[in-house]
Design a protein around this ligand. Structure first.
Ligand SMILES: C[S@@+](CC[C@H](N)C(=O)[O-])C[C@H]1O[C@@H](n2cnc3c(N)ncnc32)[C@H](O)[C@@H]1O
Length: 220
């Protein structure tokens, strides 16, 4: 089961989902296979973004005219599928993850959806991979959804690599509400990062209460 926002009742969350662009047959199959993996204990149950967030991310990718995108934290590939589908012909998405098993599922579904030619997967530690990329404006859109303690480092490394007005999306920035009562290292990392970004003149920042909190950064 893909996660519903902790901010909404189950009924309202269902309503939000039903009022957004529905996943097509390929995306629905990917969501179902990921849920089956979770039921078999092969993956945690809540890693995948919600379908309504996927719909927003595809829409945003197209609306900002992104041609080159990067994702940090790919898992079984649903969020990447949404970004890839929002890109124009000739666009590209670079996916960073360190799990070969989960991303093998992703690659199967990208092929099935006909977007495999625009997605490149690089396996390894995301921060190291990111540091190895040219430090020049490359990406129009970035999505960060990997280890929460790594977010601050990812945002720093992304900054020089984003084009002017480039958009960075950060997932889980409300930590199921625990930003008000942080309980672990990941919660505290997001509390610190949220405060730092709100005061950082290099970014225009908006934290949206969608799903588990989705922060939008625009490079000034
Ligand atoms: C929350 S899941 C991503 C979910 C995905 N965006 C989706 O919607 O299906 C986080 C992913 O980050 C990856 N990850 C965590 N720490 C990492 C690191 N240091 N380097 C690379 N990948 C990492 C995990 O393997 C996992 O696949």
């Amino acid at each position: 089961m893909t996660p519903r926002s902790f901010l909404l009742s189950a009924e309202l969350a269902d309503y939000v989902r039903a009022s957004s662009e529905p996943p097509d047959e390929v995306a629905a199959a990917l969501i179902a296979e990921t849920a089956e993996m979770a039921a078999r204990g092969e993956a945690p149950p809540t890693l995948q973004i919600a379908p309504e967030q996927g719909a927003l991310m595809q829409l945003l990718t197209t609306a900002v005219g992104a041609r080159r995108a990067i994702e940090i934290g790919t898992f079984t590939g649903f969020s990447a599928l949404c970004i890839a589908r929002g890109l124009p012909a000739g666009g590209s998405l670079l996916c960073l993850d360190n799990d070969a098993g989960w991303t093998a599922v992703a690659q199967r579904y990208w092929a099935r959806a006909g977007v495999a030619d625009r997605v490149e997967l690089r396996l390894g530690d995301a921060l190291e991979t990111l540091r190895g990329l040219p430090a020049e404006p490359t990406f129009d859109l970035a999505f960060v959804d990997a280890d929460k303690t790594g977010y601050a480092g990812y945002v720093e490394e992304l900054h020089p690599r984003m084009t002017a007005n480039g958009i960075v999306l950060l997932d889980n920035t409300l930590r199921s509400g625990r930003v008000l009562d942080p309980r672990d290292e990941s919660d505290r990392a997001l509390v610190e990062l949220n405060a730092a970004l709100a005061a950082d003149p290099r970014w225009e920042t908006a934290l949206m209460p969608l799903s588990d909190g989705l922060t939008l950064l625009r490079k000034r």
